[in-house]
Design a protein around this ligand. Structure first.
Ligand code: KG4
Ligand code: ZN
Length: 323
């Protein structure tokens, strides 16, 4: 049995976890900073790194004290530089003190491995749809750590568009869960919002026009119901994910689909994927969709199998590329 500790601080969650053999969560602690950033309507980088610094030792102590492990995996990018630095420096000090190898993990690779935390070893090749606050990506996963980026967003990420539209609708941060809640009582057909790039062959996304369409709908319909606006926005935002994912499955002939990242927690997306995709769907439990350290430990376990460890000179890279 191999135990890998995971440390994740790339954005506004301080997270520490312990994972067995890359597929079983032993402990998974996430200290969310949502309440601290909510008054600003989004993440304030300086506040995020200070919060990570204040909490990481205590959180890691709670999860890792008294436990023997085999390696420490840490998110080394992409993300906010100040936030990444806290996690990477903590991981280096911890690894040095315990005499453990350090495994650097790409944040998106963590999301890719998150569906395999149900006890089943990763299965490749697969198509991965990664949908989060910072990324909207279709990735061809050929095998462990072999990726091709098929498409990404030209402007806003899908989660970012949920966050921005929530702000327009005076709904609390983070926008994804609050739009989902507001949409429950609304009519998804009340507004016919655009599905950008729908008829293009490319697998690119674009979300900024959708946000602008909601802004104009608000301006031009003084009495419009927030629930209808939220439901119509959510329907359009999710619809385009389905359109492009089906297109990518047809183009690649991929035998399975991974869907992960914060937006994978969206219930409309999950329902539509289950009903409309005819290859096996690999999607994490809702609690493991948003940022966590279990996914970093999981990806780290498979990196460790390939001997991908780092020295104490490891530095984070806020713009780290997956391919
Ligand atoms: O993966 P994640 O925790 O962080 C990044 O790596 O960015 O994703 C956070 C994003 C936020 O934009 C949030 O609004 C969105 O995921 N999100 C959702 C839902 N839950 C979180 N979007 C739609 N529906 C949800 N239920
Ligand atoms: Zn993420």
């Amino acid at each position: 049995m191999t135990l890998v500790a995971g440390i994740e601080t790339s954005c506004d969650e301080t997270a520490v976890a312990l994972v067995e053999d890359g597929v079983r969560v032993v402990v998974n602690e996430v200290a969310s900073q949502i309440l601290v950033h909510a008054p600003f309507g989004g993440v304030v980088p300086e506040i995020a790194s200070r919060q990570h610094t204040e909490i990481i030792s205590e959180l890691a102590g709670k999860v890792l004290d008294g436990t023997k492990m085999d390696a420490v995996a840490v998110t080394c990018g992409p993300g906010l530089m100040g936030s990444l630095l806290v996690g990477v420096n903590f991981a280096k000090a911890f690894a040095y003190a315990r005499g453990l190898p350090i495994v650097p993990v790409h944040h998106i690779e963590g999301h890719i491995y998150s569906p395999f935390l149900k006890g089943q070893a990763p299965d490749f090749p697969a198509l991965a749809l990664i949908v989060s606050g910072g990324h909207t990506m279709l990735i061809a996963c050929h095998g462990d750590h072999e990726y091709d980026l098929l498409g990404t967003t030209r402007d806003d990420a899908v989660g970012e568009s949920f966050d921005k539209v929530a702000r327009l609708l005076d709904l609390p941060y983070p926008g994804g869960p609050s739009i989902q809640r507001a949409a429950e009582g609304g009519d998804p057909d009340a507004f016919d919002f655009p599905r950008a790039m729908r008829s293009h062959d490319s697998l690119e996304f674009s979300y900024s026009g959708l946000k602008t369409a909601v802004l104009y709908a608000l301006r031009d319909n003084a009495g419009a119901s927030r629930a209808d606006l939220a439901a119509s926005f959510q329907a359009a935002a999710i619809d385009i994910l389905l359109i492009k994912t089906k297109q990518a499955l047809a183009q690649t002939g991929s035998p399975r689909l991974i869907v992960a990242g914060g937006v994978a927690a969206n219930l409309l997306l999950r329902r539509r994927l289950e009903g409309e995709i005819d290859v096996p769907l690999l999607i994490p439990d809702i609690a493991l969709c948003t940022d966590n350290a279990a996914m970093i430990a999981a990806a780290g376990f498979w990196r460790l199998q390939h001997g991908d460890t780092a020295t104490l000179s490891l530095s984070p890279n806020p713009g780290l590329s997956l391919v």
